[in-house]
Ligand binder design. Sequence first.
Ligand code: 13P
Ligand code: SF4
Length: 331
Amino acid sequence: MLDLTENPSLAPSITEARPTLPPARLDALSREIVDLKRRLNAIILAHNYQVAEIQDVADYVGDSLGLAQQAAKTSAEVIVFCGVHFMAETAKILNPNKIVVLPDRDAGCSLEESCPGPKLKALQDTNPNFYTIAYINCSAEVKALSDVICTSGNAVRIVNAAPKDRDLLFVPDENLGAWVTEQTGRPMRLWKGNCYVHVEWTHSSITRIRQQYPGAPVVAHPECTRAVRMLADEVCSTERMVAYCKASAAREFVIATEAGMLHRLRRECPGKTFIPAPTDRCRCNECRFMKMNTLEKLHDCMAKLHPRVELSSEIIERARRPIERMLEISR
Ligand code: 13P
Ligand code: SF4
């Protein structure tokens, strides 16, 4: 087992992330993006895991639920979605007549990959009484096969609202699903998928950082394993993390989620210190998919209006119903 205190290269950094662009280039690109936004009548929606430069030019930065809610109500003609592909797809499903672009078409998600539509259909065919609850981290095809969608921010509410006479099938995150069962007492059949970033934190890596910062509450995302969730003071969605840290009297927090979250937290809670939770092997708390998006790619996708999210009208129609059901229950 590595001792982080003796391996400074692996010790969590509490300094600000270094900007990835020289200041003059950053400034010029940011100005051009703001100008393009005005000319296109566009809105930039960014997930909490995006790099700092993208968060700083976005109109709205938030979690999957907040982003879906913003997409559902925007009057902008073009939606520029800085997140991963399934999030941009959700925006397109809610806005079939609008242009939805994203900086990098290849920004996927290990959870989405774990659950191909045909495999889900085959499982559903084994039990006509299944009621399928899909975490929003899945493809449009999987959404189209589901009864209702949830995010980490509303999963407990969505499961509590599920019909009592049905067998619940929760896809594709087994950790989020297990956490929701702990909260609601409702047993569910869990798909065996996980987030490759959040399963890197372990009981030992969190115990060690707790010893190093005994006064700092540990805040963890429900995609973490049970061993980590058990050690956390708060388990919640990325948006709820902001509210929790703002309201807490503590001055230091250990954060077990993707590194982009730290920028949002530092911006919203000045004077407080946020320590990225270390893993046993490395400081691998960056999602390679979320980090495919850069300020340059954001600029280019707005200038070229490409890559665009394109979906068949049949998939849009079928996937829209479970998303709208989620938005209705979350109101
Ligand atoms: P949130 O629902 O908190 O935005 O999390 C999304 C996600 O991808 C977590 O890895
Ligand atoms: Fe998917 Fe995990 Fe990346 Fe979130 S952090 S987008 S769940 S791979």
